[in-house]
Ligand binder design. Structure first.
Ligand code: GRF
Length: 200
């Protein structure tokens, strides 16, 4: 069974969905480590509660991205991590991690990439007047919110719904499809060629 790490900076609702999916066998891999760049991330509480090893790395101690990532990499190597899952991790990864884990770092984005990149994707889609938005699971590459797309699910933005309701509906999709994508990666079912991902 493969070992994986989750990186999270905040509330960690996706981390929780992943913890639950590992527990009930929907993800056939071992969640060996949670990494955070935010000491007060609720994600760290979730890890602790689930008795998963976690590490907080203070970005202020590593002024350069590469140095921070080098520290992260030490922990990944120590825990024999095979692949990485970003779940609300608010830092851009450098070549240090990309090179160490090529096509082995997944991210989830709350919109249909390449639309609505950035940290306010749900609000941006809502404000734009778009009738459809969704969720994207993708491998990361050297561009932000970019890389081979593993899975997407769309949803219609209802004419009268509030931003809050839309957010809840999007998170619900995230919590369902992210574990599915992680399990596919864990079982070697994802074949990446350029920007295309085939599910074997
Ligand atoms: C999610 O909406 C995810 O798509 C985005 O960051 C948010 C993280 O939420 N990348 P949580 O910390 O998992 O609750």
């Amino acid at each position: 069974m493969k070992n994986f790490a989750v990186f999270a900076s905040g509330y960690g609702s996706n981390l929780q969905a992943i913890i639950n999916a590992v527990k009930n066998g929907k993800i056939r891999a071992r969640l060996a480590l949670v990494v955070s760049d935010n000491q007060s991330a609720y994600a760290l509480v979730r890890a602790k509660r689930a008795r998963i090893k976690s590490v907080y790395i203070n970005p202020n101690n590593f002024p350069k991205r590469e140095a921070f990532d080098g520290e992260v990499l030490k922990h990944l190597r120590k825990e024999k991590i095979d692949f990485v899952v970003l779940a609300g991790f608010m830092r851009i990864l450098s070549a240090v991690l990309l090179r160490a884990y090529p096509n082995k770092i997944l991210n989830i984005h709350p919109a249909l990439l390449p639309k609505f990149k950035g940290a306010h994707a749900i609000q941006d889609a809502y404000d734009s007047g778009a009738k459809i938005t969704g969720v994207t699971v993708h491998f990361i590459d050297d561009k932000v919110d970019h890389g081979p797309i593993v899975m997407q699910e769309s949803l219609a933005i209802r004419p009268k719904e509030t931003l809050k309701v839309l957010e809840q509906r999007i998170h619900k999709i995230e919590h369902r499809i992210y574990p599915e994508a992680i399990d596919l990666l864990a079982r070697g079912r994802l074949a990446v060629k350029g920007l295309q991902v085939k599910i074997r």
